[in-house]
Design a protein around this ligand. Sequence first.
Ligand code: GH3
Ligand code: MG
Ligand code: MG
Ligand code: MG
Length: 304
Amino acid sequence: MSWTNLAWNGRILVVDDAMENIQILHHALRDEHEVLFALDGARALEMAQSQKPDLILLDAVMPGMDGYQVCAALRANPALQDIPVIFVTALTQPEDETRALEAGAVDFISKPFNVAVVRARVRSQLTIKRQADAMRELSRTDSLTGVANRRSFNHTLEAEWRRCARAGLPLSVIMIDIDHFKLYNDHYGHQAGDICLQQVGAAMSACAARPQDMLARYGGEEFVLLLPQEAAGGAAVVAQRVLDTIRRLKIPHAGSPTSAYVTASLGVHTMLPPFENSDSDALIRQADQQMYRAKQSGRDRVCV
Ligand code: GH3
Ligand code: MG
Ligand code: MG
Ligand code: MG
């Protein structure tokens, strides 16, 4: 990483149909930020998608898609709606500003602008964006293990359920419950139990290989793995990998009546399209039932 990289505070996309305006903003911001640019609205949306800027400085009047349309399109796209937009425009009327804020802009700067003011406003929006990102991340994460929490899991499960139903794709779930964990706490203490949960969580994270896979802490010593687009055979392979991964950790469990080391019981269930007459609760329930079957038949195993 070069020193200029270290000096970057944010990645900013400047959108303007006049190269001259882009150059002025580039000059104003380049010492503090990485500055990208687009000369029209369609290109701006492409770059927002591929470059994931932290902030967009958007011209209002452009041929083709104007700034208001670009802003509305950003707000309508779940992957892009959190990128803040500041209008930088020759328009000066209160109606123009109101319209920009109503389209979802966070700020409105009229030209001619003062460079120091633009820098300050950019900094302040980046700070707000960072805080919002951190809050969002926190609200999705289990604080002990760092994997997704149940709330975040439920949200993703609903979204993947709809997506897989629409696309006619299978959806698999693996429920994972640590064996005799009450006895682990009794023997080693609650703090050691916490560390064990962290170790197991971290090891299992590596088992969810594809970007759409999601590991979450479902509650207490129970985890769940969501595998969109994974049929029964593939899900069983992943479950076996999780089981082996936990075994290989060889975390001593002297209090366990079934094994010298920490183990888990896993239940797998796959929903095949069409998903009619079913819901995501049923998917979880079925995986849970398989997990209990694994418990009853001796623990430290996978039931499908
Ligand atoms: P089984 O093999 O049947 O699953 O037995 P178990 O003891 O694992 O199951 P049980 O549901 O009886 O007990 C779960 C235990 O997990 C009890 C609870 O204290 C412990 N536990 C839940 N959350 C945490 C946590 O965050 N930290 C620690 N240390 N223990 C936890
Ligand atoms: Mg223009
Ligand atoms: Mg349990
Ligand atoms: Mg348990």
